[in-house]
Ligand binder design. Structure first.
Ligand SMILES: [Zn+2]
Length: 492
């Protein structure tokens, strides 16, 4: 017997076997058990999340001879025929290739014909690919099909399905599978199929699958066939670490090694982008339900070592590189150039400067805590650590002060009117009001902590000793004489 791929061999055959979509399977099972199922469904969601499998299980349940609690028995003739693809009660149509009006007219002509089972189920895959004419031809039948007919429309892009079709269906949205549930399923498949795959292989398959059960099992097939994980599988992680350490040589070496092993530049970029996105989510404290424990830990490590600003910049650069690859004569070049920019810290552009500042902040945080550890807090904890260590005499603990600007000056000073004037915030009241005290900035506050003054602000140094008087802002008592010549009184 020919080898059957894992995702076909372990395709779900009952509602209970469908992974990660309980909100859909429970509703459908109850509807079938109580005989109140709809005449048209729209299943949408990412690829490999169980849309077609669920539609087939629904077709089985609607025709099963020994239905128990809404679940098909799997052993009657109807169930077996549907499982082996030889039933006349189930018709699958790929709407991507049968998308013309004539194809839909052909389907409509056969809809009213009877079939051996109770219900005839039509599955239209990728229904968003129908032409406008085909969509219009389908509308009437979709709205009022014969009583023994059920339509299931499946799509990965529900926003492209016209509202007139969507409004005639019950819409179910499929989700990507949670990482832990998918990991359990993969382990069960490995056990059941007697495969020899270690934890590294499972981790690789889960990462490649990205929450899609079919993609995960395909990757597992590859690992099992190759006897291990491909040697270049960690190129994304290597590139992310090279960005963190600012090592362009390591980045270009990793890319070159992966290219020599046959990896496409686009795949390398997408792998790195996916890892960085997980790290970004970890840095922002977002839930990482689509990852398993190991990947979650890895994302946390990357977010700690890179920092949010660097990850954001890397996401932007790599995303642009993936766009540029479509037009580039050699798709390797945009990838290599973007990695070079991300790892090079000597540049004078804003991104490189931000990266250097962030690296300095991390070093300061590490010094404050006595060394960086794997579980150290995020880089934004650095300013807090500095201000906390400055002692209770600091009146503004929330403002970080990177260095003492004037170490020779004694720390406690009497408030000086001129100094205070210079540090006055532009939005604060005038110095006369400030002399009362409560709003004064302290004399020990650093000049670097002064908020930036707009360029168009009046220069306050010009009158250092004159308190502002309301009279000064009024019109002068003796205006300048007009320069325009007075009107001549001489009359001709
Ligand atoms: Zn059955």
């Amino acid at each position: 017997m020919a080898y059957q791929s894992l995702y076909r061999r372990y395709r779900s055959q009952t509602f209970a076997e469908i992974k990660g979509q309980p909100h859909i399977t429970q509703a459908l099972q109850a509807a079938v058990a109580e005989g109140r199922y709809g005449h048209a469904y729209l299943f949408s969601g990412p690829r490999g999340t169980g849309k077609t499998s669920t539609a087939r299980v629904l077709a089985k349940a609607l025709n099963c001879e020994h239905l128990t609690g809404g679940e098909p028995c799997g052993t009657c003739k109807s169930c077996v025929d549907i499982e082996h693809g030889r039933s006349f009660d189930l018709h699958e149509l790929d709407a991507a290739s049968n998308n013309k009006v004539d194809d839909i007219r052909d389907l409509i002509a056969k809809v009213s014909l009877g079939s051996p089972g109770r219900t005839k189920v039509y599955i239209l895959d990728e229904v968003h690919m129908l032409t406008p004419g085909a969509e219009n031809a389908l509308l009437k039948t979709l709205e009022e099909p014969p009583p023994h007919v059920v339509f299931v429309l499946a799509t990965t892009e529900p926003h492209k399905v016209v509202p007139t079709i969507r409004s005639r269906t019950q819409h179910f949205e499929f989700h990507l599978l949670p990482g832990d549930e998918l990991a359990d399923h993969v382990r069960w498949v490995i056990n059941d199929a007697g495969l020899d795959v270690d934890d590294v292989g499972i981790e690789y398959a889960l990462r490649q699958g990205g929450g899609s059960a079919r993609d995960t099992l395909s990757a597992l097939d590859l690992v099992a066939a190759a006897g291990g994980v491909p040697t270049t599988s960690d190129v994304g992680y290597e590139l992310a670490m090279a960005i963190g350490s600012g090592d362009p040589g390591a980045a270009l070496t990793s890319i070159q090694r992966a290219l020599e092993a046959g990896r496409e530049p686009r795949v390398i970029g997408e792998d790195t982008l996916a890892l960085l996105r997980d790290a970004f989510l970890a840095a922002m404290g977002a839930p990482l339900a689509h990852l398993n424990d190991r990947s979650r830990q890895r994302a946390a490590e990357l977010s700690t070592s890179l920092g949010a600003a660097t990850i954001t910049r890397a996401l932007e650069q790599l995303g642009q590189a993936l766009v540029d690859m479509r037009q580039a004569p050699d798709p390797r070049v945009p990838l290599e150039v973007s990695l070079l920019r991300l790892t090079r810290r000597e540049g004078s552009d804003l991104g490189a400067l931000l990266q250097r500042i962030e690296a300095l902040e991390q070093q300061i945080a590490a010094l404050t805590h006595g060394g960086l550890t794997a579980g150290s807090p995020a880089p934004d904890a650095a300013p807090r650590a500095i201000s906390a260590s400055a002692g209770p005499s600091q009146p503004e603990p929330s403002r970080p002060r990177p260095s003492q600007p004037e170490p020779s000056r004694p720390a406690p000073r009497q408030p000086n009117h001129r100094r205070l004037r210079l540090r006055r915030h532009p939005e604060q009241p005038c110095p006369g009001r400030l002399a009362a005290g409560p709003l004064l900035l302290p004399a020990t506050s650093s000049p670097t902590s002064r908020p930036p003054v707009p360029r168009f602000a009046p220069r306050r140094r010009s009158r250092p000793h004159q308190p502002p008087s309301p009279l000064r802002r009024q019109r002068p008592l003796h205006p300048r004489p007009r320069r325009t010549p007075p009107r001549s009184r001489s009359s001709s």
